[in-house]
Design a protein around this ligand. Sequence first.
Ligand code: HEC
Ligand code: CU
Length: 481
Amino acid sequence: MGRETILISLLASTMLTTAALAASREDNRAEPVVGEEQAVLTDAPNAPPAITRKTATKVVVHLEVKEVEGRLADGVRYTFWTFGGHVPGKFIRVREGDLVEMHLDNHPDNKMPHNIDLHAVNGQGGGAAASLTAPGHSSVFSFKATNPGLFVYHCATAPVAMHVANGMYGLILVEPKEGLPHADREYYVMQGDFYTKGANGEQGLQPFSMEKAIQEKPDYVVFNGSVGAMTGDKAITGNVGETVRLFIGDGGPNLTSSFHVIGQIFDSVYAEGNMSTPTKNVQTTMVPAGGSAIADFKLTVPGTFILVDHSLTRAFNKGALGMFKSVGPEDKLVYSGKTEDQVYLPEGAGVRVADAPAAVAPVAQNKAERIKAGEAVFANNCSACHQPNGAGVPDAFPPLAKSDYLKNDKAKIVQTVTGGLSGKLKVNGKAFDGVMPAWDLPDEDIANVLTYVYNSWGNGGGEVTPADVKAHRAVRKAAAE
Ligand code: HEC
Ligand SMILES: [Cu+2]
């Protein structure tokens, strides 16, 4: 090979690699801007429609900062500082190469100056200094969207953590030129941690606690600005067969989210909001404070799927819990549901004494008190199998409601509980063949729970006293000896 040939082939291979790669920062900077449009902005959980434009344009974004009082949890109010009236802020969607003209309008009723730092900006402070705006003023700056990705934006006015903790964050998607793969549904979910003067659940208007924020001990960790913002009839939805995309952000100010959807596997995750290399088949994705992720999955079965921060006390005690409802036909091959509930009786395991702690029972003075106390004993010891309404579970646990077995004499009933019960049994005409453990409870508790059962769910009434339990235990012991 001559010198020229080598050079030419080198050149050709470089050109090939460049062509295969996505547009560079320089390309996007240089891309001509054609025309102008107003950005379509949405509130969570909705995302603006995908961009179909083939050219870069000037996109005008008007974000209005509003300080508003709203609901943080049931009975708990909070003064949120918002980009657009809600937490998280409006979702902004532009295309790679676009020229974005940002207008930050600080409502005249506000008390504080605010600004915006967009992580999609190459420029000092992400636009913070350029957009510092007093109440009743409006600031403008522009930037070229040189890098595709899903970016967080937030207020960066001092004290920054306080502005962010009050809800001043949102997402801006800089969509790649070639677009994202098609998704039938796209949703916007953003986590944030909240710090209140009062403890979790303390009612009324709660001021922000800087002290707890510094200790990073939030009272609330929530999706989309409040406890329950995405549960019940506010759940996000989809149909079996559809593909779903979640644009996930974490505003913080402090906590990293271990984002997970219970009962789903993400087919693709664009980790940290990068657009070039999706990871396949992901269970839980980390979303850092001030960061994002895009998670795609296909709905293959119906059900309610729970969105959580898998740091689970945040989900179940502080609010980081949402719901996704999938509707459509079952696919028993993908997921069968419960197919059997059988008694599990390993060899040598007979009737065993349930190892319940022998609580010191308070003394009930009369039948009414006995029924009341028995209700609690029932809830703690019996309802898991016989069900809170006494209906039992077909083929597994017999009913205590209107049970004809309860017509047996008191001694037999007491011994059913103190000694357990196993083997073939008929209750109200239905056959059971299970095992009920013997209950190592104080006489008082057994008297109370049986009195409660006798006086509930259409059973015939009556009373069992601790003396009855003592007597019949003794009888049984004597018989066994
Ligand atoms: C671990 C599950 C379980 C728990 C908990 C349980 N039981 Fe049972 N219970 C059974 C099963 C199973 C049977 C039927 C046993 C058989 O098939 O021989 C039964 C039968 C009975 C019966 C007789 C049948 C009927 O329906 O009237 C009574 C009475 C009864 N249980 C009362 C209680 C009481 C009171 C408690 C709480 C102290 C309790 N059980 C807790 C599983 C349970
Ligand atoms: Cu602010």
